[in-house]
Design a protein around this ligand. Sequence first.
Ligand SMILES: Cc1cc2nc3c(=O)[nH]c(=O)nc-3n(C[C@H](O)[C@H](O)[C@H](O)COP(=O)(O)OP(=O)(O)OC[C@H]3O[C@@H](n4cnc5c(N)ncnc54)[C@H](O)[C@@H]3O)c2cc1C
Ligand code: FES
Ligand code: FES
Length: 489
Amino acid sequence: MRHTLRFLLGHDLVELGEVDPTQTVLEWLRRDAHRWGTKEGCAEGDCGACSVVVVRPEGGRLRADAVNSCIQFVGTLDGAQLLTVEDLKGPDGRLHRVQQAMVDHHGSQCGFCTPGFVMALYAMDRRGEAVTYETAVDEIAGNLCRCTGYGPIVEAALAMRGTEGAGEHLSGREAEVMARLEALDDGQDLMVGKDGRTFHAPASLDALAMLYAGNPGAALVAGSTDVGLWVTKQDRPLDPVIWLGRVKELRRIEERTDAVVIGAGVSYTDAMAKLGEMYPEGGELIRRLASVQIRNTGTIGGNVANGSPIGDSPPFLIAADARVVLRYRGERREVAVEDFFISYGEQDRRPGELVEAIVLPRPKPTEHLACYKISKRFDQDISAVCGGFRVRVEKGVVKDARLAFGGMAGTPKRAKAAEAALVGRPWSEDAARDAAAAMEGDFRPLTDQRASAAYRMKVAQNLLVKFWYETHGEGGQIRLVGPRRVVHG
Ligand SMILES: Cc1cc2nc3c(=O)[nH]c(=O)nc-3n(C[C@H](O)[C@H](O)[C@H](O)COP(=O)(O)OP(=O)(O)OC[C@H]3O[C@@H](n4cnc5c(N)ncnc54)[C@H](O)[C@@H]3O)c2cc1C
Ligand code: FES
Ligand code: FES
């Protein structure tokens, strides 16, 4: 067991023996490290002003992800390199080429949002992929500029590759950083704390399962995109905190012949690519979920475990007949995702039992699957209604139907009356419209700030008819994961 948190801040080793388990990275940067470049806007992952870049070794190279420092606990930096806007300027005082492009294209007005944009764009630049209008806009969808400087910021993003500027002080030291981070990865369980409160980061699945079973009241943290807000918005005194980010077994995506098993620690970003290959609609759904910064840490495991009635992945997972693998000490069991949600706030998970993985069956050729997210904004918005539909059509007749919705009840739920109205009928517009009418018997949605009950019902019914329009043709016609102008333009 190690009792010191270790990470690199830029190129300086930081070792902390005393760590408040719920101190955020942003608080630590501003209060303890006196790096004031990183700003706080919303403190809930929505505005991107606090964006920093977290670098970790992965597959023999360094991976750099933009994350929201306002909702990440400082303990989650263990074994990583943290880069902030202060790290970008070269030792000779020259601006990094991302910063220089922002200057050249007038991408900063009041400047409050600027460090966050710069860090988001730096992470993009570091990946080395081609930058297009679509990818740039996607990359900064989690960054809010109150002065609406988006046009110049996008121009800077498009121009940054060709801009002169510093960068060698970072790129030239990657091999050294890699070696130092690998040396920090000692495989030991970590426990740090302050004033009697503790932060744990077990290094193996067995250690995690035993620790959580012995501390069922602990706050289990995966990507912290919900839990972070319990602290910053609700001031909840969490203790102990158990972070599962060091458990390599949970970050695996395992390919089986019949299914893909997504570990509970796999980020949305990583799951999106695999899901997009298998279920293009599922991949596109995840791209609609929050922002790059949130997707870089948030997990599908957390989206299921939190039991939210408006989580985006459960309707898709239920439609695809996915299962949750649960783990208590050494025992494993599996439940269908649809059975995991018992009622509002109640899931089929006993105290101390954790979600280990999601088992996602591979699609079959006779199936159509689609997902629809209805929200007020395209990006970075919670659904009013989210639908995941799968029908199996053989010789023109519906053999099986799974129609699942979020936002229509206290849990993500199937529309069983609507399904019954479809099965055995030709896959026709009449059948789709009859099933849509039958949905009145399935749900009594709520009116809240996102949508009225009547709107929710109407839109859910219309989505089913839209699904028929999109899938009834020869071979079906589905939307593809890709740049928004191509997909939605
Ligand atoms: C700005 C912003 C935008 C968002 N947009 C969306 C959106 O568009 N759609 C959407 O669906 N959600 C959205 N969310 C909510 C959130 O991102 C998701 O619910 C996310 O999937 C939670 O995953 P996480 O790994 O961050 O979970 P955490 O915050 O780490 O944990 C969430 C809950 O699950 C529990 N938990 C986590 N992992 C496990 C596990 N392995 N076993 C048992 N329990 C576990 C935790 O104890 C906690 O109760 C948004 C959040 C923010 C801050
Ligand atoms: S301060 Fe707004 S996302 Fe962190
Ligand atoms: S430049 Fe003012 S908020 Fe973005």
